[in-house]
Ligand binder design. Structure first.
Ligand code: ZN
Length: 217
């Protein structure tokens, strides 16, 4: 997969904003690993792609959605532009009064609470008639963090599978399944599976002898 295809595979396009579905950093901006493994801001990467050249200035949003990577919602600007934008943003309403809002404070809190209690994002999205990516953004603190209090996003490679699924992954790895085939089966990236195999995530399940993965090398 070339870098552009990989980049756009992590974007959920809508009629308005194009939401970054990959890792969201603590400041709410999407983060993408470029070809050399360097972490870059996703919106900055999107704008450079659209302009066909590296940016000299800052990549700024016209839409006030930090996780938006839609090129025509972005522009290249200076620190002065950024300061002016921030002043203007400071006067803008937050939450449900905001023009891009697609849910309200109460719903965002409910999602955060029920997700913490173990409900699946997909089920919540379906029940509340919201997009899966919005629910995902909420539980990761990418949006509505001012009401949900979720500031530190959960690292996304750990969050997407349930414990039961991880047990299945471990058993299949043990039985010789490749990481790529498991990543496809569970619709997660290969690094998710790799982290499980290495015990970086879900380490406690490795104590289960049925689930243990033989170490190679
Ligand atoms: Zn936007």
């Amino acid at each position: 997969m070339d870098i552009e295809t990989r980049f756009w595979s992590k974007v959920a396009k809508s009629e308005r904003c194009w939401t970054w579905t990959g890792y969201i950093g603590p400041h709410g901006y999407g983060t993408f690993r470029d070809g050399r493994g360097k972490a870059v801001a996703a919106h900055r990467f999107a704008l450079a792609l659209a302009l066909g050249q590296p940016l000299l200035g800052l990549a700024l949003h016209k839409c006030d959605r930090r996780d938006c990577v839609r090129p025509d919602h972005l522009y290249e600007g200076s620190h002065d532009d950024n300061a002016r934008d921030r002043r203007e943003r400071g006067r803008m309403p937050r939450g449900s009064r905001h023009p891009h809002a697609v849910t309200d404070e109460k719903t965002a809190c409910e999602i955060a609470r029920r997700w913490k209690q173990g409900e699946r994002q997909t089920a919540l999205a379906k029940e509340l008639r919201l997009s899966k990516s919005l629910v995902n953004q909420i539980v990761r603190g990418g949006c509505w963090s001012h009401v949900t209090g979720i500031r530190e996003p959960v690292r996304d490679f750990a969050a997407r599978l349930t414990e039961a699924q991880v047990r299945v992954v471990l058993r299949r790895l043990h039985a010789g399944a490749t990481q790529i085939s498991l990543a496809k089966k569970f619709s997660v990236c290969r690094s998710t599976i790799n982290h499980i195999a290495l015990g970086t995530t879900w380490k406690h399940l490795h104590r289960d002898p049925l689930a243990a993965v033989p170490r190679k090398g």
